[in-house]
Design a protein around this ligand. Structure first.
Ligand SMILES: NC(=O)c1ccc[n+]([C@@H]2O[C@H](COP(=O)([O-])OP(=O)(O)OC[C@H]3O[C@@H](n4cnc5c(N)ncnc54)[C@H](OP(=O)(O)O)[C@@H]3O)[C@@H](O)[C@H]2O)c1
Length: 245
């Protein structure tokens, strides 16, 4: 057998191994993973769509998966729609993109299925929409509050700190079209492996991840905080947040 065929076969085996061993490994080796996006609205549709364009398989979920047909039809063969339970079972990693007030209900419905899963959490609590949940997040921190509703999930706060229209523009064409370099996405989580997966998925969507710290540090870029709402590069975001460059 010729040596270039051998190395191609080795690369295929390594890729397959990486996928079965862990999503983090698959991400590090540039592999594609299966992503469950719970919530196929503004933010779920936008970021999930960027992952599909990068070659990941994505199952979008909501209480009414039939309403997600236009989204998945437009995205093509790598996109499908299902229930939250189906999407979690399908996925190596999950993206939570539902209104924050839905967290208690979603927790009852699928919380146990999320145990041990890497979960990127984009939810923001707002006073007008989320009432008691907003008060809880203000008191205990947004990261800790999400973790309370999804205990055992390997939670990473991600993609919460800007509007979906900004993400859609900055992430288009793998982020290559953005003047000045890729837009930075602040992320925070307690699980190192989940952070690695999240960093890979942020890059795959066309952005540059900036790890701000553990879940408690997610308040530094929560809605209404000084770290929220910046369409800037990674060095610029680090400066704003007082992080080492
Ligand atoms: N919009 C933004 O620019 C933006 C940016 C960053 C973060 N966020 C945060 O991301 C979250 C989603 O915002 P969005 O603007 O994308 O909302 P959206 O456009 O209203 O979409 C919400 C999606 O969640 C689904 N959903 C609602 N309740 C659900 C439940 N109990 N179980 C399963 N699916 C459910 C909805 O479908 P069904 O009603 O059919 O179930 C819909 O697909 C919010 O927490 C928001 O603060 C939004």
């Amino acid at each position: 057998m010729r040596s270039d065929m051998l190395s191609r076969r080795a690369a295929l085996v390594l890729g397959a191994l990486a996928l079965t061993v862990s999503p983090a490994l698959a991400q590090e080796s540039g592999g594609k993973i299966k992503i469950g996006v719970i919530g196929g609205g503004n933010i779920g549709g936008t970021i999930g769509g960027l992952w599909v364009k990068d070659g990941h398989e994505v199952m979008f979920a909501s209480r009414h998966p039939e309403n997600l047909k236009p989204l998945v039809d437009e995205l093509g063969a790598k996109a499908k729609a299902g229930t939250p339970e189906e999407a979690i079972k399908f996925a190596d990693a999950v993206f939570l993109a539902v209104p924050y007030k839905a967290y208690p209900e979603l927790s009852k419905e699928v919380g146990p299925l999320l145990k041990g899963k890497v979960v990127l959490d984009a939810g923001n609590a707002t006073e007008r929409r989320d009432g008691e949940l907003y008060a809880e997040a203000q008191k205990n921190g947004i990261g800790e509050t999400s973790a309370k509703y999804f205990p055992g999930a390997k939670l990473v706060r991600a993609f919460n700190a800007a509007n979906y229209k900004i993400f859609a523009k900055a992430g288009a064409n793998g982020g290559k079209d953005r003047a000045g370099g890729r837009m930075a996405i602040p992320i925070a989580g307690d699980d190192p492996q989940a952070l690695k997966v999240a960093e890979g998925l942020v890059r795959d969507a066309g952005f540059e991840p900036v790890v701000v710290g553990g879940l408690k540090d997610a308040d530094k870029f929560a809605m209404g905080s000084p770290g929220f709402g910046h369409d800037v590069t990674a060095p610029e975001l680090k400066e704003k947040l007082g992080l080492a460059k």
